[in-house]
Design a protein. Sequence first.
Length: 295
Amino acid sequence: MIQNPIPWPNGARCACAITFDMDADSLIHIARPKDAHDRLYPISMGRYGPTVAIPRILDTYERLGIKQSFFIPGWCIETYPDTVESILKAGHEVGHHGYLHEDPIVTKDTQREWFERTLDVHDKICGQKPRGYRAPVYNVNQTVIDLLIEHGFRYDSSLMADDIPYAMKTAQGELYEMPVHWGTDDWPPFAHYDEIGYMMPVKAPSIGLQAFWEEFDAMYAAGGFFMLVVHPFLTGRLARWAQVEKWLTNTLETKDVWFAPLEEIADHIDNLRAQGIYTPRTDHLPYYSAPVLEP
Ligand SMILES: [Zn+2]
């Protein structure tokens, strides 16, 4: 049961978004800044995303007639502009995902500098401002929330306080949260990346993906919001994507679902509110203004 379900367009039972974070090789450059440029294996693993996986994914989406959201670090937009152009040309959304996949564990000034540098890249190369943001490794802090509101973003997609989109309000303004969680992220089942301290046994495609489909079944039954957070260099690999494609085809044929980019889902909730049909649950931020345990 979901307490406050959102009425989806045309009576669809569930909203769905397959969101890809195209991190490419930014992950190794931020993790090993001194020698990453000469670590060819992790560079090549990351490059597989923009060069091999994204064309495959775009081909599927074109065939199925769906538009989705991609989150891309600013440095990756600069490094792989042709890939970004093909994503935009196909009508998909490109969101803000940091500059070099930095965690926001930096000073307030540096945070602003990196955030706005990425906005400039979007302006220059994508020809438009992003409307959505996903924090690298979900590490969003209050400074980032304030920057998002200051720059007129419509949504964040890094936090986990609900099953379905909700609102976040600060003294300065409001934005939506398109909530993530680790059960619908492909990092745990499919990533093995010793260089950045992540060593897990890689699951078989059917087993890793099965966890996602069970999440979908529960969301579908409850009339919720099913979102995957996946990476081209992981889930865009041949065997995994073949199974995702099969699932997508079958779901579109047999279920009453609405696949949409996150910005369209935000617009939909805006419309419902404007018509007085729906009020989202609201979290008020900051959650805390000081450490809970004072010295
Ligand atoms: Zn990422």
